[in-house]
Design a protein around this ligand. Structure first.
Ligand SMILES: [Mg+2]
Length: 186
């Protein structure tokens, strides 16, 4: 199984104007311990994140790299790590096929980790995370942290393929106890 995580609002606190400094980056409760459970189970974990703040010039590429180093350092305290980080720095105005809701980064990750949509799950808090997962044909889980509650209120309630969890630890608990191929939710 490959687990793909949106970053802001899933791993760390979402901020209205993006995370543009090291101090802005704060892990959400329980995230490190739950990612460590995936690592321990030998399940690959990658981050799939839009960071238009770089494309807009609000954060440098080096600044983003430092924020991701901080993320890995904070996770390390719980013996957790992210196997790979996929970033799209395009702005909304000129997106390519990597910027979510397009599936480019998810397709790239599945290729890199040599896996297929049936064995892949995207966990996100925004509509565009879910749309990207749908476009890539993989499983998707909405978490209610970050923009999640707002997303839950606005999405169509007839999407029966959608699995909802209150936060990342809860979603990961579910994945570790419910094989994807048996969930019948693809
Ligand atoms: Mg998000």
């Amino acid at each position: 199984m490959l687990v793909l995580l949106d970053r802001d609002g899933v791993i760390n606190k979402d901020l209205p104007n993006s995370v543009t400094s090291l101090d802005d980056f704060q892990l959400l409760p329980g995230v490190g311990r739950s990612i460590a459970c995936l690592n321990k189970a030998k399940i690959k974990v990658a981050v799939v994140t839009n960071q238009a703040c770089v494309g807009r010039g609000d954060l440098s590429a080096e600044g983003l790299e430092s924020i991701h180093q901080k993320m890995q350092q904070l996770l390390k305290k719980d013996n957790a790590y992210i196997d790979k980080i996929y970033v799209c720095t395009d702005t909304k105005i000129l997106p390519n096929n990597r910027r979510k809701p397009a599936p480019g980064m998810i397709l790239e990750a599945m290729q890199d980790f040599n896996t297929i949509p049936r064995n892949t799950v995207m966990i996100g808090d925004a509509d565009r995370d879910l749309e990207a997962a749908t476009a890539a044909g993989c499983h998707k889980i909405l978490v209610l942290t970050g923009k999640g509650k707002l997303t839950y209120d606005t999405i169509k309630s007839n999407d029966c393929s959608l699995i909802v969890h209150k936060n990342l630890p809860s979603a990961i608990d579910f994945l570790l106890t419910t094989p994807l191929e048996n969930s019948g939710r693809l």
